[in-house]
Design a binder for this molecule. Structure first.
Ligand code: KIV
Ligand code: ZN
Length: 385
């Protein structure tokens, strides 16, 4: 069963998106939660971006033990030197250097031809290797890069000393089938790739980041780059909690393992939401309030018989105390009787219809019926009876 490394970039790709910036101390709090989660790599920031980001990366490198601490930099010497310096206090450090390889980026952004990009990529990796042994190279917009050229760049950076090669879907353009096919082809074609870690980094512009990351794993990727709650540029990155639970829940299909302590997922997700002031949507997979909540009568009846009828994961496995049967207008008598029993009321057969009629009337009026409401209905009924 291969191990999949989880590379979290909430503090870099996540933080660089509008509305998600964090203070120095907030970054440290999130980094501690990521270490508790047991992510393999924390990308702590982009030290050349600002003195504040430099200091935050340095502080994470100094304080956080366990995961490898990574810092992002272009293949520009000044950026690489800043990354190397900021990471110095870390026990395990990684320089993550990147340059765009696609025709659009080469022409419109970099003004470089293929040979210049290749030369910069190799020089960047060589310089990064003079600071540490663990060097990741990313071919930005790799998905929209000519295949043969992408393979040539990857072979050259591996030769130059890269230990991880990342093929980002920078603009979230790919589809799962294309991802599996491309990663498989690269795994079989690029000289030296068998000796390094192949990584996937998917953005969510078409809502496919998690599916594309899983598809890359099927093609041979062994590192997934992701963020808590899927935060990140534009529509975000692959959501850590989703991809980890997909690998775990569907181990029958993926047959691989992560090191994540999934019981910490809920806490980490809600910490990030609190520090950035961006709430977790109610219907968000894994960590949303509704992820383990059921209101409809048919679902509640099923859940009371066996929770496997409507749940594919255990709430406690992601750090949620228990499933919830929410009482509302869609609830049926099975859930009402069960809740009454849990509150200490054994309802007689003859009183159920009357209680249900009042319950439905109240539910229509106020949407959610709380335990105190139900108790008032039951005791009112019994007092009157
Ligand atoms: O999306 C992207 O291409 C990136 C790289 C810098 C890794 O974030
Ligand atoms: Zn990205």
């Amino acid at each position: 069963m291969p191990d999949i490394k989880i590379f979290d970039t909430s503090l870099r790709d996540g933080e660089q998106s509008p509305g998600f910036s964090m203070t120095h101390n907030q970054k440290l709090r999130v980094a501690r939660a990521l270490a508790d989660l047991k992510v393999d790599i924390i990308e702590a920031g982009f030290p050349a971006a600002s003195p504040g980001d430099f200091a935050a990366v340095q502080a994470v490198a100094r304080e956080i033990e366990g995961p490898t601490i990574a810092a992002l930099c272009r293949t520009v010497p000044r950026d690489i030197e800043k990354a190397g310096e900021a990471l110095l206090p870390a026990k395990n450090r990684r320089i993550h250097t990147f340059i765009a390889t696609s025709p659009i980026h080469r022409r419109d952004k970099l003004g470089m031809d293929k040979a210049e990009v290749l030369k910069n990529a190799v020089a960047g990796v060589e310089l990064a290797r003079s600071f540490c042994d663990d060097v990741e190279f990313s071919a930005e917009d790799g998905i929209r890069t000519e295949r043969d050229y992408l393979a040539e760049v990857l072979a050259a950076v591996i030769e130059a000393g890269a230990t991880t090669v990342n093929i980002p879907d920078t603009v979230g353009y790919s589809t799962p089938q294309e991802m599996t096919e491309l990663f498989r082809w690269l795994s079989e074609t690029v000289p030296g790739i068998g000796g390094v870690t192949i990584s996937t980094h998917c953005h969510n512009d078409l809502g496919l980041a998690v599916a594309n990351s899983l598809a890359a794993v099927e093609g041979g990727a062994r590192q997934i780059e992701c963020t808590l709650n899927g935060v990140g540029e534009r529509a975000g990155n692959c959501a850590l909690e989703e991809v980890v639970m997909a690998l775990r829940t569907r181990s029958d299909r993926y047959a691989c393992r992560t090191n994540i302590d999934t019981r910490k997922l809920h806490m980490a997700s809600h910490l990030l939401a609190a520090v950035t002031g961006n709430f977790v949507p109610r219907n968000k997979a894994i960590v949303g309030e509704n992820a383990f909540a059921h209101e409809s009568g048919i679902h509640q009846h099923g859940m009371l018989a066996s929770r496997e009828t409507y749940e594919i994961m255990k709430p406690e496995d992601v750090g949620v105390l228990s499933s919830q049967l929410i009482l509302g207008k869609h609830s049926g008598k099975h859930a009402v009787i069960d809740r009454a029993r849990a509150m200490g009321y054994e309802l007689a057969a003859g009183e159920i219809d009357g209680i249900m009629a009042q319950f439905k009337e109240l539910a229509d009026a106020k949407k959610r019926v709380y335990d105190a409401d139900l108790e008032a209905i039951i005791t009112g009924n019994q007092a009157g009876g």
